[in-house]
Design a protein around this ligand. Structure first.
Ligand code: CTP
Length: 394
């Protein structure tokens, strides 16, 4: 990050206080920070503290004659190696999605030809609102980079997604944006973890996937310079730093998140998606009735891998996993044809192998024109080798 110039747009949300720490962390790593405050941001942090921490002038006003004489707003928007928007409020994201330019921050974001990384922060209902979700889809399509939001307690007293990424998570996303390597400039989508299919508000159907292999793979792809969108079910291991993490619960949500993240140069489907969901899931907690087991009805979930492999926005390389307990190669080869993907990473998940939920994996890579069996090794090493294979192919 040394020597990189970062234009930091601070939006008007309670998370603006974290932007002060972010400035410090970026500068510690050798980056220079030029701060821009929206009007609303000044209600949360003062221009003086921002300027002091950045050791730089703070830009605030579109129509400041002195600023315009020194450095016009168009030039300001292009003089950075990366623009970071933190916190990116619902309002700022809406302006970006619509291409509005009614203050300095939105004008810079419209005038720039530099990459933009946003760290959204807002109330959970604002985040979940269809209008915000529409804006996010537009911005992803425009190539805007995302970090967060995280799920947790919010300043407004509610709980859910909407908390801004922590400063060090934003730093990791900035580092990922500057990463070099054979996959620099490439976008790779990874699905990971199990899905949870609700039975009622407190019960669900799940599986034993820990998300370890998908997470290791995302890390290995990031290390080779890729931009990674990581769509994850409720996994046991934390998601990789530097990826754009999209958290989902059900297979239907996973499919929607994957579709929203396209286009991508490659997609790797490492998630253990539930094949079935409960069709008659109850809206309220099911009560025990003596002597009577509940009659659950099932409906088939969409096959995400097959849908994307056969869909209009198919990435150039599509990789699936095949978790099998018997006839591994035969089943996996049939899966390759059935799902329409380019490679299948087949593994034996019989309980005696200890692979599901464990630290090691033994895989065979099945392609249209043959297969390679790798020796048993750590999931990290499988991930690194797979990432290298992907880099060679793209
Ligand atoms: N997969 C998916 N969507 C589903 C089911 C599976 O995207 N609804 C993907 C997985 O992420 C994996 C591959 O398909 O990459 C194979 O998953 P697996 O569970 O082994 O295959 P199934 O299609 O469920 O086949 P079967 O149950 O017959 O083994």
């Amino acid at each position: 990050m040394r020597g990189k110039r970062i234009l930091l747009v601070i939006g008007g949300g309670i998370a603006a206080f974290k932007a002060l720490d972010l400035i410090r962390r970026l500068r510690e790593r050798g980056a220079s920070v030029t701060p821009v405050l929206t009007r609303a941001a000044e209600e949360f942090v003062t221009p003086l503290s921002v300027s002091a921490l950045a050791a730089n002038k703070v830009y605030r006003d579109l129509f400041d004659l002195t600023d315009e004489a020194e450095m016009g707003h168009i030039q300001l928007s292009r003089s950075a190696d990366l623009i970071v928007v933190a916190p990116a409020t619902a309002d700022l994201l809406a302006k970006m999605a619509q291409g509005r330019a009614d203050d300095l921050a939105s004008t810079l974001l419209l005038a720039t030809d530099t990459r933009v990384l946003v760290a959204p922060a807002m109330n959970v209902r604002m985040w979940n609102h269809p209008a915000t979700q529409r804006n996010l889809a537009i911005l992803r399509g425009d190539g805007i980079l995302f970090t967060g939001p995280n799920e947790g307690d919010m300043a407004c007293g509610e709980y859910g997604p909407g908390r801004m990424s922590e400063p060090l998570e934003i730093v990791a996303a900035v580092e990922a944006a500057f990463a070099s390597g054979p996959l620099a400039g490439r976008h790779v989508l990874v699905t990971s973890g199990p899905t949870h299919e609700p039975i009622d508000p407190v019960r669900y159907i799940a599986n034993r996937s820990s998300g370890a292999q998908g997470t290791a793979l995302a890390r290995a792809l990031l290390a080779l310079g890729a931009r990674v969108t990581f769509v994850t079910g409720p996994a046991a291991v934390p998601p990789p730093d530097g990826a754009d993490v999209v958290r989902v619960e059900t297979a239907a949500q996973m499919l929607a998140a994957v579709q929203a993240a396209l286009p991508a140069d490659a997609a790797v489907f490492a998630a253990a998606v539930a094949d079935w969901r409960v069709a008659n899931a109850s809206g309220s907690k099911m009560k025990k009735q003596a002597g009577q087991a509940p009659a659950l009805e099932f409906a088939e979930n969409p096959d995400i891998l097959a849908t994307i492999s056969k869909g209009p926005k198919r990435p150039a390389l599509v990789v699936g996993f095949a978790a099998e307990t018997d006839d591994v190669i035969a089943h996996a080869t049939a899966k390759l044809a059935r799902k329409g993907c380019d490679w299948i990473v087949a593994n034996d998940v019989s309980p005696e192998t200890g692979i599901m939920g464990g630290a090691e994996n033994a895989v065979t890579i099945i392609r249209q024109d043959g297969s390679d069996t790798w020796p048993r090794m750590s999931k990290d090493l499988v991930a690194r080798r797979l990432a290298e294979e992907i880099a060679k192919t793209l």
